[in-house]
Ligand binder design. Structure first.
Ligand SMILES: [Zn+2]
Length: 246
């Protein structure tokens, strides 16, 4: 698949990078990504993946836009209040690049959901969805790029247990949901930290698809917005893990 003059023009700044280049842009055009969650993480992730020219983007979310979302979900405007998030975000992506095949799944991701993407992006806000996505990613041999935010902190990791031998899965890291797990409905979260973390979801997905650099496989990037520091936590495959060592 060669790039059209329009694609060469649009993706020039990626083509100029030796780690992406024309072949990387072609891989992005041929890629298919499912993003679970169209909120504070899914917005920036979807917009940057669309801008990067990912050929097919599927968006899962059953929520509607509320005014309290606008503090961080910058993909939405005041006039979108009450609209279905997945549809509104899908329309933003289509407006950004009409050549992208956008699939809107305006329903809640569940255990029996079958996302099409060859890369799964976890931009959800709950452990049940993360665990279900992790099981699906492992069983179907797909990478799971996952992020979470709370307060001033964001975390991102790439879980590739179904693709790379010895790579840990999400449940090697988080064996079970913490007892005090709360969604950001109940705790505060800084809007700019969600934007930063959602952008890293897109960054890691672009790296995974193009083969550029070192994705966060077996590592968690922790962003501390309050101290303006980042650190990386190394993970190992848990030999007792019910998902990837079964
Ligand atoms: Zn595991």
């Amino acid at each position: 698949m060669s790039l059209s003059p329009e694609e060469l023009d649009r993706h020039r700044r990626h083509i100029l990078l030796k780690e992406i280049g024309g072949p990387g842009v072609q891989k992005l055009r041929a890629a298919s990504v499912s993003i679970i969650g169209a909120g504070a993480l899914g917005g920036p992730a979807a917009l940057y993946l669309a801008a990067a020219g990912v050929g097919r983007i599927e968006i899962w979310d059953d929520d509607r836009v509320e005014r309290s979302n606008l503090q961080r979900q910058v993909q939405f405007a005041e006039a979108d209040t009450g609209a279905v998030k997945a549809e509104t975000l899908g329309a933003r992506i289509a407006a950004l690049d009409p050549s992208i095949d956008v699939r809107v799944m305006a329903k809640r991701f569940a255990e029996d959901s079958r996302p099409e993407g060859t890369v799964l992006v976890d931009a959800s806000d709950n452990f049940a969805t993360r665990f279900a996505l992790n099981r699906l990613a492992h069983a179907s041999g797909r990478a799971l790029v996952s992020a979470a935010v709370s307060g001033w902190t964001g975390q991102v990791g790439v879980f590739a247990s179904g693709v790379i031998a010895q790579a840990p899965c999400y449940q090697c890291w988080v064996p079970e949901a913490p007892p005090a797990a709360e969604a950001c409905d109940e705790v505060g979260v800084v809007g700019a930290v969600t934007g930063l973390t959602g952008s890293i979801l897109a960054l890691e997905t672009v790296k995974w698809i193009t083969g550029a650099g070192d994705p966060l496989i077996g590592r968690i990037l922790v962003i501390d917005g309050l101290r303006s520091e980042t650190r990386t936590v190394r993970l190992r495959r848990d030999l007792q893990c019910p998902v990837c060592s079964a």
